[in-house]
Design a binder for this molecule. Structure first.
Ligand code: 3MF
Ligand code: MG
Length: 344
């Protein structure tokens, strides 16, 4: 199997199974106890929220944050792991209740920008250049409650401030059209990259595409990835799957639409993504029904499906593809793809 890809996931991807209709069903695993799973399951990097690295971050002094992050760096090194990115988790704090950068309250906006700059400091300590910006509550439930034009200027301003604060950092915007907000301000990768081009240093602002988020926007994840790749701005992915337009399911990669998964892998292969050194991130959740002792299978299954699909892409008969496209016989091409995926 292809082994040139490197994989990452976040500590939140090993979780207790709570959903809006019921409490946890599996015991909590402490962060330190999750780290040994990474290598064991075939992963090389950890995705972080700022408060995954430093819990209760809003209550800590800069010196305490530095101390906490330094300790995490030591733990990573002990496991032979690296940090892929750090993302400011603004959506869980009381100050982020109405969004951070686009909050109507100037104190909350200042708090959000402070957290973003602090995220850059944590990146330095953990040894990664990448901040991921999922703009969770930057949007509205009631359209009249904010000035959406002003909100887009506020987002550019916040990004400019962190670019200025730390000249080494790069930012990947992770677009999502809804949830938790009814309507998010940066719903697609098109919006994200348009915003990137308006910042003070567009070369340091790109995107992260999550399969389910593209699907929730009614878009094709592989074409979204292609769009970002053509711009040289696909700086990470959150592979998972999504069964139609419902809540953000974070299903195992390929589990709802294997051909869609194949096409995401195909576009990464076309771009030589593995050689860029960027990680293949998974943002998958174990089903609530899964027993505790088998609640990591969503991670290994997603990785295995990805690698099997790399083999499928590499072994697809290229001459047949060329012949079919030259003949404009896309029916023949389609059957060839389906047969190949079915194993014969
Ligand atoms: C939300 C997500 C998040 C982000 C993560 C990094 C929990 O739908 O996908 O995962 O990826 O918070 O910003
Ligand atoms: Mg995600």
């Amino acid at each position: 199997m292809a082994t040139d890809y490197r994989f990452s996931f976040g500590p939140w991807n090993i979780h207790e199974g709570a959903d809006p209709f019921g409490p946890t069903v599996r015991p909590t695993i402490q962060f330190a106890d999750k780290l040994p799973f990474y290598k064991e399951l075939g992963f090389d990097a950890v995705q972080f929220h700022d408060d995954d690295a430093v819990p209760n971050i809003d209550e800590k002094s800069p010196a305490e944050v530095e101390k906490g992050a330094t300790e995490v760096r030591r733990m990573l090194e002990g496991e032979g792991l690296v940090a892929e990115f750090v993302a400011p988790r603004l959506w869980e704090s009381p100050a982020g209740i109405d969004g951070g950068f686009t909050s109507n309250d100037p104190e909350c906006r200042a708090w959000a920008i402070g957290r973003l700059k602090q995220t850059a400091d944590i990146c330095d300590i953990l040894g990664t250049r990448l901040i991921v910006l999922w703009l969770a509550r930057e949007g509205t439930y009631v359209r009249e409650s904010k000035n959406a034009i002003e909100a887009h200027h506020q987002l550019v301003d916040a990004i400019n401030q962190v670019l200025e604060h730390n000249k080494n950092i790069e930012i990947a915007i992770e677009p999502k059209p809804n949830e938790p907000a009814d309507q998010a301000y940066i719903p697609t990768i098109g919006h994200a990259l348009a915003l990137a081009h308006r910042t003070a240093d567009p070369s340091r602002v790109g995107g992260l595409i999550e399969t389910a988020h593209a699907l929730l926007a009614g878009l094709d994840p592989s074409d979204d990835m292609a769009f970002a790749l053509a711009e040289g701005k696909l700086w990470s992915v959150h592979l998972n799957d999504q069964n139609g337009l419902k809540f953000d399911q974070d299903k195992s990669f390929g589990s709802a639409n294997l051909r869609g998964a194949y096409n995401q892998v195909r576009v990464l292969e076309l771009a030589g993504y593995a050689e860029t050194g960027r990680f293949v991130g998974l943002d998958v959740k174990a089903m609530r029904t899964q027993k505790a002792d088998a609640a990591n299978k969503h991670l290994t299954n997603s990785r295995e499906v990805f690698l099997k699909l790399v083999d499928k892409v590499r072994t697809f008969p290229k001459d047949l593809e060329q012949q079919c496209t030259a003949d404009r016989d896309y029916e023949a091409l389609e059957l060839a793809v389906l047969s190949h995926l079915m194993g014969g």
